[in-house]
Write a protein that binds this ligand. Sequence first.
Ligand code: ZN
Length: 394
Amino acid sequence: MKGTPVFYDTLTGRKKPLRPLAPPKVSMFVCGPTVQSAIHVGHARTFIYFDAFARYLRHLGYDVEFLMNITDVDERVTRAAARTREDPMAYSERMIRSMLADVRSLNIASVSRFEPVSRHFDEAIRQVGVLLDKGFAYEADGWVYFDTTKFTPWGRLSHQSKRDLSLRPLELSPRKRNLNDFALWRPEVLVEGRWKSPWGLGSPGWHIQDTAVTIPILGDRYDVHGGAYELVYPHHEAEIAQAESLTGAKPLVKHWMHTNLLKTDGLKMSKSLGNAVTVKDALRSATADEMRLTFLSIHYRREADFSGLGAARARLRIMKTAAREFGTGGDEGLDMVPFENALNDDFDTPRAVDWAERTLRVASKCSNKGEARATAAPAIEGLRILGVDLLAGP
Ligand SMILES: [Zn+2]
């Protein structure tokens, strides 16, 4: 492996070196979408970023196992299916196919495995049972809740004090013992009561669905957990509480990485606010490369305002023109040091892209053709590593 990259870790609140549990393997889990509707460019920002990240780690020589779940059972999915008068499972299967098509259109090719959570409900039921046996959970009227007072580090990932947490009660219900307790099992029949459990018909809570997917596939502990920043609390906080209470292995995750919000006109882009631009719509007037370059030009920990893809279009055209003039592609033994230095420092993609752009500009000023080609090659290779092929496409 070349060098030790350093990335910001949400849990410790500082940059730290990536030190996988079993190098060269890096096990990585990223929260995928809930398929009540088509994915939008806010999702695309997160997924493109982690795709580029996995591609880069592979370039460094790591063997990345990249797992992404798909929430296919949820009240929102059931409600959406009712609107189109479809069976909820048939609806979610159709939406999964549509989501995977979007992922392919975005050239997100590094995910090793997509897992619809409904395939793992037996495991979720088993895990809820163990949490009850161990005294971390309690049952009330067909519901099972995680007792957050039994887990001392509760609030650590989101850096909240006891007082902060007291101001953010979860799932208001008279059945709960504590304000921050969250449901592990819900008696509500979300999808025609298909799941039988010792606590009656129902479905697993959203948070335990992730643990049900990751523990059997990645193990009790893994290297990187990624996702959008708004999932830190309570979703990822709950994952830590569940998994560490369940297995006793800690920490669950060595490196927590979160992408910041994508806003549009100052508001968070979201389906519920009605301001979401779907990936399908965005790709009608722009290319996947333009979208990727737009997001790579903004650091993943910064909020971004989505104001279209025009700036990336112009930038990409200039870079493609230069690359096609000098590029040969697929070169070995290139000097990638400035590129790797940028990415090894908390995955600074804007710096890496600026370097590539500058390098191509220098190449186009070289009077000697061979020199121009040698100058351009690492820039072309760098962008190819991040998923933008300057020598391909329109
Ligand atoms: Zn998740």
